[in-house]
Design a protein around this ligand. Structure first.
Ligand code: DC
Length: 211
């Protein structure tokens, strides 16, 4: 059985939905690295301090229900706004931010039995992962899913605005100099455009159990 699983891919591909279910089925720890970049972004929006100072002393914790704690405060909801999505992508460009979060992510994975999702997990954070997945879907499908998700939460949303936001963030994440979003050479590509969540979960579970 594969013990360390890396899942990368563009925004809205379903990485966290699928990874959470796989983690629950296998009894693994799920680590959402995007939430960590979001926590840094939230902190930087709350203070005038330099990012370098923030990174030096920031405390980020993830619990087993995928809740996110920033300096002891539960910020699980606050980090999910469009403004923080954009700011998370902005702060993730800096080498010193990535260095610190990569260290934390590696520590979190040390015990094994983890599934970690993000942009650079297979390429940088856990290059020796037992299984690497690159999960993607068409831009239209990713925007449609995000649109439905926000609508279900009662938020007033505009499909074209969501699509533009996702496309811009993907471009920024793929074109940055340090640890850009890209498929690791040994990652398995799963295009979920025409797949249900359960089908993607099944594929990953099968890959986990085959040698
Ligand atoms: O996965 P997410 O949408 O919550 O991630 C938010 C941003 O954080 C994403 O646009 C880029 C950054 N990020 C990153 O640079 N590296 C990761 N491993 C995870 C996220």
């Amino acid at each position: 059985m594969k013990k360390i699983i890396a899942v990368d891919g563009p925004a809205g591909a379903g990485k966290s939905t699928v990874s959470k279910i796989v983690a629950a089925k296998l009894g693994y720890t799920y680590i959402d690295t995007g939430a960590m970049y979001r926590a840094v972004a939230l902190k930087s929006s709350q203070t005038c301090e330099d990012l370098i100072m923030i990174i030096d002393k920031i405390n980020i914790e993830l619990d087993d229900k995928a809740q996110v704690f920033l300096d002891g405060v539960n910020v699980t909801k606050e980090i999910r706004t469009p403004e923080i999505s954009k700011l998370a992508s902005d702060v993730s460009k800096f080498g010193f931010v990535r260095k610190r979060l990569t260290e934390l992510q590696r520590q979190m994975a040390e015990r094994g039995a983890v599934i970690m999702d993000g942009r650079d997990i297979g390429t940088q954070v856990l290059p020796n992962a037992d299984l690497k997945i690159f999960l993607t879907a068409s831009l239209d499908e990713r925007a449609r899913r995000r649109f439905e998700e926000l609508k279900a939460k009662g938020q007033s949303v505009d499909f074209d605005a969501i699509k533009t936001e996702i496309a811009l963030r993907d471009k920024q994440d793929s074109e940055r100099e340090i640890a850009p979003l890209k498929q690791a050479e040994d990652a398995i590509l799963i295009d979920s455009t025409n797949l249900q969540v359960e089908e993607v979960v099944e594929k990953i579970l099968t890959l986990c159990s085959t040698d």
